[in-house]
Design a protein. Structure first.
Length: 711
């Protein structure tokens, strides 16, 4: 074990800095990598690792660490840190000095639209402090809801002097590596460069049909003498090497019924500490539309056969979820390749992606192509997210590949602090990478540069909506087909342009024919969102509007099976109460026949519904339906230790339900103070909102308030 420093961490100067990340969709990974790279340029002896590689880099011996961690699910850590949390818990259990040799800084990424803002960073900080580690620089918490950059950029600026106090830094040209480079200052921001940018999309070529115009108002550039405060340009790391088409290691063509990345065998072969999580091929058995043709959203129910997936059998329960590896839209990828001037022949020839030099790292999602070549078409189709929200760093990097000053300056402006309003509007328009390149027609980045700037294409997760039985060998899941329009003010300001947008996975799933095989993987159920096992008699309250009802269909199926096999009468079983909501009873009351049947049989003890567009005077949303039963709900939760499950959209419903529950607790506390240890307000004698939220937090830690929320 290395020597410990004093608690300020100032008397011991480390020879190495370890940059660590945990990332679900790539933001934390790329921010952490850029920091590591800049640290190396600044003369620090730096290294960079994902948290789950803790054994490889010897986390227990690390003395100076800079963490960048995001939060996913309902305040959960990213999947690529699951192993790390286990060792951290083990190492710190009851030991207040386990990490007394560690000095650290944490940058958390989160989104304030979720109720557990930056929970991973908060938890990590707490556990490290409890284990005796010292923070050498205050924690930064960046909000993706309003834009990560604001906090990230200033946090990084402040990191360097703080880091220099605890780690050795060889003399070097720090100015060159600093945040906004001097080269970013635009020489002449003239009126000619400002104005309204409209990509007209009038051509009929295949690439044009795959892209949508963007309308951005650059008039704010007119008053600028210079563009400043742009992010640092991420270094180019990737080199593309052509490989002979007949090379042995190119993937064989896929069978017709197989829709998955050509390198799927390598994914399924990876060493998994929990083998039930290994990806496998499932077969699409059926697709049924759950909503009526008149419904505003199309909701589909898909059944996947798990036949042959022996490693999964017996390992899953109702309430679990799984990942689907879906590709980008093929038309979009073809359009992108065409826009990048890659011929069809080149697009399908195998290439290897290699590091430009030994000291740098490829992004995780591209690293496999160093040793296992694949075609550019497949890499873009399966590995890179070409629909992800644009990042400022990407825009900054693209500016360097523009032949025309107007495109270069507009991209610089978008990436700068001055251009934040236009950047926000760009994000609102949710452009694909192809839309972006068409909006800046002289921008021609080399393909490998674009690949490394794009975030990884993450698998999409869905709740399983059935329960295992002795004979079932399938997963069912329900989803809304994500297709929508964004209204943008047209160039003459009097007309609105509708921009068509589509999700990655659901439109693809909808098009898949039966018998097609796709790549899926069971997910770790970190929040233990499951029915209680065995003799647990606690009542169960389920809140699941729209497709949020999916896991509860599995719960009810499980209850029905249990009642039938154990010969238990429904009255003797613990209460199950479902709160369901949707727009219209007639058009989108999902699983209504099954739910009503379970209710008539007593499997479902109570059902409370609300239909937001049926103006019948009833409750509009689930939180309103819950408030109507406030006393009963509070009684179940406070006197009978009921379990409360919430599933659905995190940003709207998840937050609103949490808020409504806190309000109910406050009101109920004034009627029944005996259930609460402390009542903050002496005059009103009731819980304060903060205290009520703390009660909910405690229930969540005790796994009595369980949430399966998605973006
Ligand atoms: C499905 C999903 C769930 C999320 N849950 C939370 C959450 O509970 N709390 C939070 O602060 N942020 C949450 N976020 C926001 C992410 O932390 C944020 O977008 C971050 O930039 C993602 O970084 P990454 O790409 O490194 O994973 C969630 C995002 C998604 C897509």
């Amino acid at each position: 074990m290395p020597n410990a420093s004093d608690s300020s961490g100032a008397d011991f100067v480390d020879s190495q800095v370890t940059f660590l990340y945990a990332s679900q969709t790539g933001n934390a990974e790329s921010i952490s990598y850029n920091m590591y790279e800049e640290a190396a340029k600044r003369g620090f002896n730096a290294r960079w690792h994902v948290l789950d590689d803790h054994e490889k880099f010897g986390f227990n011996e690390v003395q100076t660490a800079v963490f960048v961690v995001s939060t996913t699910g309902d305040g959960d850590p990213p999947d690529n840190s699951a192993r790390f949390w286990r060792i951290l818990r083990k190492a710190t259990r009851g030991k207040s000095t386990a990490y007394s040799h560690l000095r650290y800084a944490i940058l958390g990424l989160g989104d304030t639209n979720y109720s557990n803002f930056c929970n991973t960073a908060q938890r990590l900080d707490k556990q490290l402090l409890e284990a005796g580690a010292t923070a050498f620089y205050p924690k930064g918490l960046a909000d993706d809801g309003t834009g990560l950059e604001e906090v990230v950029e200033s946090w990084i600026e402040g990191l360097w002097p703080a880091l220099a106090r605890v780690a050795q830094c060889a003399p070097c040209e720090v100015a060159e590596a600093s945040g906004s480079s001097k080269a970013d200052v635009v020489s002449a921001v003239s009126a000619g460069l400002a104005g309204l940018a409209l990509d007209s999309n009038t051509s009929t070529s295949s690439s044009s049909s795959a892209h949508q115009p963007l309308v951005l108002d650059f008039r704010a550039m007119e008053s600028l003498k210079a563009i400043t405060g742009t992010p640092r340009v991420p270094s180019a790391v990737c080199e593309m090497v052509s490989v002979d088409g007949s090379a042995e290691n190119t993937a064989p063509p896929l069978a017709k019924d197989l829709t998955c990345p050509p390198w799927y065998a390598a994914l399924t072969d990876d060493s998994w500490d929990d083998t039930s999580l290994a990806p496998f091929l499932a077969t699409l058995q059926s697709t049924t539309q759950l909503t009526s043709p008149e419904a505003l959203k199309r909701t589909l129910l898909v059944e996947l056969s798990l036949s042959g997936a022996d490693h999964v059998r017996g390992s899953w329960q109702a309430g679990d979820s799984f990942n689907i590896y879906a590709p980008n839209d093929e038309v979009l990828v073809r359009g992108l390749l065409e826009r990048l001037a890659v011929s069809a022949g080149e697009a399908h020839r195998p290439v290897a992606l290699q590091k430009r030099d030994a000291a740098i790292e490829l992004p995780t999602h591209l690293a496999r192509f160093a040793s296992a070549p694949a075609s550019l078409f497949d890499i873009l189709l399966w590995a890179c997210d070409v629909c992800a929200a644009p990042r400022k760093q990407t825009l900054r990097a693209l500016a360097d590949h523009c032949a025309e000053v107007i495109d270069r300056d507009r991209l610089l402006f978008l990436s700068s602090r001055q251009g934040v309003a236009v950047f926000d509007e760009l994000r609102r328009q949710a452009p694909t990478t192809l839309d972006l390149l068409h909006a800046f027609p002289s921008c021609h980045p080399p393909v490998e540069r674009l690949l490394e700037l794009l975030p990884p294409l993450a698998p999409r997760s869905y709740s399983i909506c059935n329960a295992p039985t002795a004979t079932t060998d399938s997963w069912r899941f329900a989803f809304n087909v994500v297709e929508y329009c964004i209204q943008v003010e047209g160039p003459d300001a009097s007309s609105m342009l509708p921009l068509r947008r589509r999700g990655v996975c659901t439109p693809w799933l909808e098009r898949l024919p039966c018998a097609q095989r796709i790549l899926v993987a069971k997910r770790r159920n970190v929040s233990e969102f499951r029915m209680p096992a065995g003799p647990d008699q606690r009542p169960i309250i389920m809140v699941g509007p729209g497709t949020g009802v999916a896991p509860f269909i599995g719960f009810l199926e499980q209850r029905a099976q249990h009642l039938a096999t154990a010969g238990v009468s429904p009255e003797a079983a613990p209460l199950m109460w479902l709160f369901f909501g949707c727009r219209s009873r007639q058009h989108d009351f999902l699983f209504s026949t099954q739910i009503e049947q379970w209710q008539s049989e007593g499997v479902l003890s109570r059902l409370s519904t609300c239909f937001s567009r049926d103006s019948l005077g009833g409750p509009k949303y689930v939180q309103h339906a819950m408030a109507q039963h406030e006393d009963e709900l509070m009684d179940l939760l406070l006197t009978q230790n009921a379990l409360l499950f919430v599933c659905g959209d995190a940003k709207g419903m998840g937050k609103d339900v949490n808020d409504a529950l806190a309000d109910m607790l406050c009101r109920y506390s004034s009627k029944h103070p005996e259930y609460f240890d402390v009542l903050a307000d002496v005059d009103t004698k009731q819980l304060s909102k903060v205290q009520a939220l703390q009660v909910l937090m405690r229930w969540s830690t005790e796994r009595r308030y369980l949430r399966d929320l998605w973006a």
